[in-house]
Design a protein around this ligand. Structure first.
Ligand code: AMP
Ligand code: MN
Ligand code: MN
Ligand code: MN
Length: 284
């Protein structure tokens, strides 16, 4: 089997990854990745460092970002690839998203304090190398180390998802804005891990997924992730069918966050299903 050496989705300490951009690139290189995109949540601050580290170890680097979006009550993630990270509307838009995170974190901590878990705000900030990007993962890591749960996944289940005491609803960017920022920055817009969207415990049903993909393509969205660390093999097939149906390109990425925390390590992802048109087919 021909290995795909593309990994077009991963995180560094600039958002909620555990490795610095340089460490992340080194690990990708060790694992045979040839083309890598760094896609930190709502921030492009790691791209220069990652590009330099990539040049030093022969990786072809792609500037990326993963933008948090609210659409009909769902939190969606929209990845931008091959963006110009200095495009002012993108820079401003991302700054706007980040600025809401501090207040959300305070509300999360207050809510956890009401059910007897105190000191969480200061605790979580100790885990956020980039304080502007304080997020649920930093809370989770703190709560694990403070002995409340055995691992990050259990913290989410018990405290940080809709209906649980540490969950605070939040208004992220508009889908249209995220698409426009990425397009304006010269990038390709990718709907990240479409199989993971839920409202509470309920997965997004087929009719809603259809409406989302219709809107997304009409807005200028170009691709969806088919192979990602958050999809099961049956979902590779399911979203390959959606890609074909909506004329979308297909992307693949590990969504790696760090040692011991991700289903998938960097690179060595399964091939895209044969029917898919890879996102990089337009790049070569
Ligand atoms: P935030 O943007 O602060 O709401 O955090 C979202 C991040 O939390 C995602 O990008 C994932 O890294 C992480 N996450 C979300 N759900 C889970 C989960 N069930 N288990 C572990 N990590 C999760
Ligand atoms: Mn994350
Ligand atoms: Mn995501
Ligand atoms: Mn991600």
């Amino acid at each position: 089997m021909l290995m795909i050496d593309y990994d077009l989705h991963c995180h560094s300490t600039v958002s909620d990854g555990l490795l610095s951009p340089t460490e992340l690139v080194a690990r990708a290189a060790e694992r045979g990745v040839k083309i890598l995109a760094l896609t930190d949540h709502d921030d492009v601050d790691g791209l220069e460092e990652a590009a330099q580290a990539s040049a030093a170890c022969g990786i072809s680097f792609i500037n990326g970002v993963e933008i948090s979006v609210t659409w009909r009550g769902f939190t969606l993630h929209v990845v931008g690839l091959r963006i110009d990270p200095y495009y002012p509307p993108l820079v401003e838009g991302l700054r706007g998203i980040r600025s809401g995170r501090r207040h959300r974190a305070e509300l999360m901590a207050e809510s956890l304090a009401r059910c007897g878990i105190g000191g969480v705000l200061e605790g979580a900030y100790r885990y956020a190398k980039n304080p502007e990007m304080i997020g649920r993962t930093h809370f989770a890591r703190y709560l694990v180390d403070a002995g409340h749960c055995k691992d990050v996944g259990s913290v989410f289940k018990r405290y940080l998802v809709k209906g649980k005491p540490g969950y605070v609803p939040h208004q992220w960017a508009e889908l249209q804005d995220a698409v426009d920022w990425i397009k304006g920055a010269g990038g390709v817009t990718v709907l990240a891990h479409p199989g993971r969207y839920t409202a509470g415990r309920k997965a997004m049903g087929r009719p809603t997924m259809h409406e989302l993909l219709e809107e997304f393509t009409a807005m200028g969205g170009k691709a969806i992730e088919v192979v990602t660390g958050s999809h099961t093999p049956p979902q590779y097939a399911e979203f390959a069918r959606y890609a074909t149906e909506f004329g979308l390109l297909s992307s693949c990425g590990s969504d790696y966050h760090g040692p011991g925390e991700s289903y998938r390590d960097l690179g060595r992802l399964p091939d895209l299903p044969l029917e898919c048109k890879p996102i990089w087919s337009a790049w070569e």
